[in-house]
Write a new protein. Structure first.
Length: 201
């Protein structure tokens, strides 16, 4: 399957997160075995086509990606620094040769100040899209939601749907290599699990 959108639905505490972890670790083990056979090496691969992360909303999303607390921070920062350098170069901003040869030395806050808030927001979104587009499977663990207010769940699912639709439509010209499958763990409403018996007058 390519570009699939799959929902893993269950009551709170039933084991949805554990299921996503099992899928993730299974895929990593599978790819590690294939990598070692292909490269005839005991050294494990440092790049996997499956990713698992907890869903975050802006601005917490980019804050976690930039400060290293997001599950995919390492992959994102590699792509983001490259995008920042490319964008700064396109506006004829001079960069040291050391930075050009070693993107990991780029001071991200300084680069973002040079670009301004609006352009920085665009570059961040582009880098996130490219990073996720390099995955074949994206596993998303959504948070527990209130049983009395479904607005946040609706908002999150709409944003995930928008992300899935965008990834499915972006072409290879934009350096997106795959049409990832997205698997979402979603909490089922348990309010009606044990309804109280009806009373009759």
């Amino acid at each position: 399957m390519k570009g699939g959108l799959i929902a893993l639905v269950g009551f709170q505490g039933v084991g949805k997160s554990s299921a996503l972890n099992a899928i993730h670790m299974g895929k990593i083990c599978e790819e590690s075995v294939e990598y070692r056979k292909k490269h005839k090496s005991e050294k494990p691969s440092n790049r996997y086509s499956t990713t698992l992360f907890k869903w975050r909303r802006e601005p917490a999303l980019y804050e976690s990606l930039l400060n290293g607390t997001h599950e995919d921070s390492t992959s994102f920062l590699v792509v983001y620094r490259a995008e920042l350098i490319q964008t700064l170069t396109s506006i004829s901003f001079p960069l040291d040769k050391i930075i050009m040869d070693n993107p990991e030395r780029l001071y991200i806050p300084g680069a973002e100040r040079k670009l301004g808030k609006s352009k920085t927001k665009q570059v961040r979104a582009k880098a996130l899209l490219e990073m996720l587009g390099q995955k074949k499977t994206i596993l998303i663990d959504t948070p527990d939601y209130s049983t009395t207010d479904k607005r946040m769940m609706t908002k999150d699912l709409n944003e995930i749907y928008w992300l899935w639709d965008l990834l499915a439509r972006v072409s290879a010209d934009n350096k997106i290599y795959f049409k990832p499958n997205i698997v979402i763990a979603v909490q089922k409403d348990s309010r009606n699990l044990n309804p109280s018996p009806k009373t009759h007058s």
